[in-house]
Design a protein around this ligand. Structure first.
Ligand SMILES: Nc1ncnc2c1ncn2[C@@H]1O[C@H](COP(=O)(O)OP(=O)(O)O)[C@@H](O)[C@H]1O
Ligand SMILES: [Mg+2]
Length: 212
């Protein structure tokens, strides 16, 4: 296996447990002596985090679905160049809480942005860089939203969307898993956190150094 690191993305609707799983995987990978860089989208670098705040905060002005898509890719461009590519070149495992599949699911399936536009932007912004593995944390929308709303904090612009929006997002994600089964692995996120973490780890174990 080459010295380059491994790129893992975590996907799923609000409350699926992505952020919790990211921390659990970090612990499990560090315990195996690996260097781990935990990051998230939108965001991950100081400038990309500023773009995150702009796109997630509630405000008076409307943000069209296309504007939202462009902001997501602007943040992603900064993140890929300044953090993801350098970390992978340095041999780290990059665990990223959301990546382009989230744009496909939220802006594409959820908001109806043209899929070809999203694919062109993805190609422009990160070329052939895709996660080696994507863990899709799947669970019923109601369960996810209940978890997310119980969580501390004021929420964001996406959490204001209705149930039908998140049903489209979930369906969009499941379609991605069906289309790219080698990369996108489904993890049942309705399970207890320990079970989710164990199954998620199993789904990336073949990427570990020395794995068959
Ligand atoms: N498997 C799980 N079972 C029950 N609650 C969970 C589970 N995973 C996460 N949670 C809780 O649900 C809430 C949302 O989890 P979080 O990791 O923030 O989800 P996400 O990042 O996908 O929105 C948090 O309060 C978290 O502690
Ligand atoms: Mg989260």
């Amino acid at each position: 296996m080459s010295a380059a690191g491994r790129f893992i993305s975590l996907e799923g609707i609000e409350g699926a447990g992505k952020s919790s799983l990211a921390r659990a995987l970090e612990v499990m990978l560090v315990a195996r002596g690996l260097t781990v860089k935990l990051t998230r989208e939108p965001g991950g670098t100081p400038l990309a985090e500023r773009l995150r705040a702009l796109v997630l905060e509630r405000g008076a002005e409307r943000i069209s679905a296309e504007a939202e898509t462009l902001l997501m890719f602007a943040a992603r461009a900064v993140h890929v160049e300044n953090l993801i590519r350098p970390a992978l070149s340095g041999g780290a495992w990059v665990i990223c809480d959301r990546f382009t599949d989230a744009t496909r699911a939220y802006q594409g399936a959820g908001r109806g942005v043209d899929a070809e536009l999203i694919e062109r932007l993805a190609h422009t912004v990160h070329g052939n860089l895709w996660p080696h593995r994507t863990l899709l944390l799947d669970l019923p929308v109601d369960t996810g939203l209940t978890r997310a709303r119980r969580r501390a904090g004021a929420g964001d612009r996406f959490e204001d969307e209705d149930r039908r929006f998140f049903e489209r997002v979930r369906a969009g994600y499941l379609a991605l898993a069906a289309a790219e089964p080698a990369r996108v692995r489904l993890v049942d996120a309705a399970n207890a956190p320990d079970t989710v973490a164990t199954r998620a780890f199993d789904a990336i174990a073949d990427l570990l150094p020395g794995a068959a």
